[in-house]
Design a protein around this ligand. Structure first.
Ligand code: NAD
Ligand code: LMR
Length: 325
């Protein structure tokens, strides 16, 4: 029997938390033979709702669920945690840009970075989902100097999955036939979904679709998909966001498949001309529980311009929270 892994989920009674907790507890993230201790964090007014989530989790009788801790104290939730899924934050509503959330949510991630630093496993893997996710991940990282800075990541996997699905639909293929898509930069409308290296059933994606569709339909649709879902549902995406969070951690811990890569927002290290100091979406491969940024891809002018634009937005966001980092 494997030793249980402690997985913390913040905002666990929220929309994403409700979709996420059950899948993590069922083994969808770390495998059917990995016992899970779920550490669920909420704000005090949501503790009653959280208790309801705990009751339902218990009622599932998941073989992989070992123990549940439900609390409004970050230091209790993050105690010895191996994986921290930082979801709890205010979502944007219709008409809001992610930037509008910056100050509202920044404080949460500075406090949670400190709490992780105080009590989490020294090698805790952190995934920030709460928006603006990249900058919140940077804030948490800078407030946790005792933890491995590489392990502070943000989610662009939902954008990556959206790109697979859009391209699959256009080319009449299945998402599993598509390899090597990339989301560069920020999880926002400036993200750059890049198909220059992408293969559909082994063929260059850009030889199968015309440039006009790529530049004028595909890129904006992927960039604006979050807003389109808010418009349709009246609430931001939740089940697909939870599913992408599962994919992000599963691939990080258990590895990416041969011949493919995934997109993760990770601390920039100078790769592809993006200097250190932001959490930037890159193509990565994962092995033995660690990730590596894919190196050596050719970047043309079309891509360069878009990669720099999303970097510029991250620098502006960073400037907006400089007192917290
Ligand atoms: P929600 O409002 O349904 O749930 C958020 C929950 O967080 C609430 O239950 C709230 O009580 C809790 N919370 C607030 N402050 C907290 C704190 N300090 N500690 C612990 N819990 C706290 O929102 P949601 O739809 O679940 O979305 C959560 C976040 O995820 C939002 O910021 C949203 O924009 C973001 N999001 C990101 C992506 C992505 O791809 N990165 C995708 C979808 C949504
Ligand atoms: C998304 O991409 O669906 C989320 O980040 C929610 C949003 O605000 O767009």
């Amino acid at each position: 029997m494997k030793k249980p892994v402690n997985v913390a989920i913040t905002g666990a009674a929220g929309q994403i938390g409700y979709a996420l907790a059950f899948r993590v507890a069922s083994g969808a993230m770390l495998g059917p033979d990995q016992p899970i201790n779920l550490h669920l964090l909420e704000i005090t007014p949501a503790l009653n709702a959280l208790q309801g989530v705990v009751m339902e989790l218990n009622d599932c009788a998941f073989p992989t669920l070992n123990k549940i801790v439900a609390t409004d104290d970050a230091k209790v939730a993050f105690k010895d945690c191996d994986v921290a899924l930082l979801v709890g934050a205010r979502p944007r509503g219709p008409g809001m840009e992610r930037k509008d959330l910056l100050l509202a949510n920044a404080q949460i991630f500075s406090a949670q970075g400190k709490a992780l630093d105080a009590v989490a496993n020294r090698n805790v893997r952190v995934l920030v989902v709460g928006n603006p996710a990249n900058t919140n991940a940077l804030i948490a990282q800078r407030n946790a100097p005792g933890l491995n800075p590489r392990n502070f990541t943000a989610m662009v996997r939902l954008d990556h999955n959206r790109a697979l699905s859009q391209l699959a639909e256009k080319t009449g293929s299945h998402s599993t036939q598509i390899k090597k898509a990339i989301i560069w930069g920020n999880h926002s409308a400036t993200q750059y979904p890049d198909l220059h290296h992408t293969l559909v059933d082994g063929k260059q994606a850009l030889s199968l679709v015309d440039q006009k569709w790529y530049a004028e339909t595909f890129i904006p649709v992927v960039q604006q998909r979050g807003a389109a879902i808010i418009k349709a549902r009246g609430q931001s995406s939740a089940a697909s966001a939870a599913s992408a969070a599962i994919d992000h951690i599963r691939d990080w811990v258990l590895g990416t498949p041969e011949g493919d890569w995934v997109s993760m927002a990770v601390p920039s290290d100078g790769s592809y001309g993006i200097p250190e100091g932001v959490i930037y979406g890159y193509p990565v491969t994962c092995k033995d529980g660690d990730y590596q940024i894919v190196q050596g891809l050719q970047i043309n002018d079309f891509s360069r311009q878009r990669m720099d634009a999303t970097h510029k937005e991250l620098l502006e966001e960073k400037d907006g929270v400089k007192e917290l980092i």
